[in-house]
Write a protein that binds this ligand. Sequence first.
Ligand SMILES: [Zn+2]
Length: 205
Amino acid sequence: MKILALSDRVDPRIYSSFCKERFGDVDCIISCGDLPEYYLDFVVSTLNVPLFFVHGNHDAPREQESLAGGTNLDERVICYRNVLIAGLEGCYWYNGNPHQYTEREMYWKYLRLLPRLLFARLKHGRYLDILVTHAPPKGVHEGQDPPHRGFATFTHILKKYRPRYHLHGHVHLYGSAQDVATQFLDTLVVNCYGYQVIEIVPEKG
Ligand SMILES: [Zn+2]
């Protein structure tokens, strides 16, 4: 399954009349947040595939449950073409605006996600294949300033449930010096700033 993962930046290679030509073979779109709805609308209507998303800290308050007709992944596990995708929105608390959480609040969000992970394990024999968040995990791709710190809760999820991918955004990439993809235990952690194309072979069963 081919995934077009987007985050943080309206990319001119996607927001273009060549979008269908370049990305017409993707099976779904995942947004890791901080993207305007007009852009997501454009990508969804151009590629005509489902959108799954989490909100970033620059997105409108949480009444905006739906975005461009997509499915909000926050605190949920969805199964799409036998790929299990779980999400946790937002970033580290820094000024009290929406979609910001302390580590303790994020841990509570994880506890609300937990029954869904356990249900997925019962039904599909595994907890999740892809973790989608806006912020990075603690220790991987994180920034030094308070807003861009990584969550220890995410690192805990990677250690305990071993997803194949962790897609995040939030950490802007300004040059080639920053890592885009980092292997952490069994998980490839991918910063989707701009866009990334991910190919995942669905598990059987
Ligand atoms: Zn952000």
